[in-house]
Write a protein that binds this ligand. Structure first.
Ligand code: ADP
Length: 456
């Protein structure tokens, strides 16, 4: 802004002044030419002379002065005959309007010496001379508007001094404001930036950066993000530790038994082979469950909705599970009164049922009975998987759905499942927007349930 001010008011002041003055004199001259036959033209001429510090002369075609506008002795120099004719000729050649810029030298007293002599100086005076010819009602008017367009040097000096002080004050203000702004705006941002480098580091506490409203909000968001990120980081580390623990144990057992069977011919018996096979199965299930869960979590697995009989699906599952030796004499009862069709992803619902029923079998306890109840409630079907096993403690009820975590942090390798079964159930049911949950009483048993819309 200061540069623009300096350029316009100091460096180019003369040029800008000349341009503006030339334009306004030309416009004023044109206005007079236009309005010359109006009633109060003399007042307009006075006004133009006053506003522009100009000498306005209007003559008829014989050179007789009709109107004259003089301001502050601006008509000091008389129009000579030769100048009169030259200007009129030029105007006639230029479609009745001619604007000329001239320069003349002027002498002035520059200094009074001690002996009262004076020292003379000369200065260049730029002038603009407007000539216009107006022809109205067979009468010709010649309009002359003359004005000095050199800005008065005293005025220029004053302007320059003012600008010098303005520049000085503005520069000091700019420095003060700059320092203040950088403290107020930049400093908290730098602090936040420094803290954001340690988002994942739980050892570096995220301090609240105090500043203006936006900085406070940014700092708060960053703190929350840091807490969330650290949670995710902890979960990730725990997950990797738990999974690798569960992968290592069967692998160690399999390796150990295989080596033993190779080294000692006596140990090469069906029992040891069964241990290796069991561990292989366990490992396969773990890997499959991890894959299933990650597929569901990524959310890009579309549901393959088909209409099928859920009653038939449960019957088939019971039949299969009853036939399997792993059930260890657990009796599976399916209580239902009608055949109900639902529209859902058959594979996923089958997996849900399989996981719930095998959990119920695994935790059936002494009773060795697992019940599956199918109840129709208006346009929904409620499926309950009930066992009379040890039950689940109240505080663990919400965490059992979390993948791979136990309510206590000491991870123990699941002796039966992969530890992901219920997470898979939850993901599949959420994808179906189904209602699901668990009721459980320690020592009495648990009931896992979900409901689906009936396909009429
Ligand atoms: P797991 O493979 O360990 O069974 P799940 O995700 O299927 O993994 O289950 C998580 C945890 O929930 C189990 O380790 C167990 O403690 C508890 N749980 C699941 N089903 C039952 C049940 N029917 N009775 C008692 N506890 C259960």
């Amino acid at each position: 802004m200061l540069i623009v001010l300096w350029l316009s008011e100091v460096v180019f002041l003369n040029d800008i002044y000349k341009l503006i003055k030339t334009n306004s004199i030309t416009n004023a001259g044109n206005d007079i030419v236009e309005e010359i036959d109006r009633k109060h033209i003399d007042k307009m001429i006075q006004k133009v002379a006053r506003d522009n510090g100009a000498c306005v002369t209007v003559t008829d075609d014989f050179g007789n002065i009709l109107y004259k506008g003089d301001f502050n002795n601006s008509c000091a120099t008389q129009l000579s005959l030769s100048e009169f004719t030259t200007r009129i000729n030029k105007a006639l050649e230029n479609r009745n309007t001619y604007v000329d810029k001239t320069q003349r030298e002027e002498h002035f007293v520059s200094e009074i010496l001690p002996n009262f002599d004076v020292k003379m100086g000369t200065r260049i005076i730029n002038e603009i001379k407007y000539t216009g010819i107006s022809m109205k009602d067979n009468q010709t008017y010649f309009v002359f508007v003359d004005a000095v367009i050199t800005p008065l040097s005293e005025t220029v000096d004053v302007i320059r001094k003012v600008i010098f002080f303005v520049t000085l004050i503005m520069s000091v203000l700019a420095v003060i404001i700059g320092v203040f702004l950088s403290k107020f705006i930049t400093k908290p941002i730098i602090q936040i930036h420094e803290q954001s480098k340690h988002l994942l580091n739980p050892d570096v506490k995220q301090e609240t950066v105090k500043g203006y409203k936006e900085v406070n909000e940014l700092s708060k968001t960053l703190q929350e993000t840091s807490i969330e990120l650290q949670k995710v980081e902890t979960l990730r580390n725990e997950l990797i530790a738990n999974i690798s623990h569960d992968l290592r144990t069967p692998l160690t057992m399999m390796g150990g038994y295989a080596e033993m069977m190779g080294d000692l011919p006596n140990e090469n018996n069906p029992e040891n082979l069964k241990i290796i096979l069991d561990e292989t199965r366990h490992l396969t299930r773990l890997v499959n469950d991890v894959l299933d869960l990650s597929k569901m979590k990524s959310g890009n697995q579309a549901l393959n909705l088909v209409s099928f009989s859920i009653t038939e699906l449960i019957e088939q599952l019971c039949h299969r599970l009853n036939a399997m030796k792993t059930v260890h004499g657990v009796k599976i009862e399916f209580i239902h009164s009608e055949d109900i069709h639902v529209e859902a992803d058959e594979m996923k619902i089958s997996q849900v049922l399989y996981n719930l029923i095998s959990n119920a079998i695994n935790y059936s306890g002494e009773s060795k009975v697992v019940e599956i109840k199918q109840t129709r409630m208006n346009n929904e079907v409620l499926i309950e998987v009930i066992d009379h096993g040890p039950g689940i403690e109240e505080e663990a009820l919400s965490t059992i759905w979390e993948r791979y975590y136990r309510s206590n942090n000491n991870h123990v390798r699941s002796s039966i499942g992969s530890g992901l079964g219920l997470s898979i159930v939850r993901e599949a049911l959420i994808a179906h927007q189904a209602n699901y949950g668990v009721h459980s009483t320690v020592g009495v048993g648990s009931t896992f349930y979900f409901s689906l819309k009936v396909n009429q």
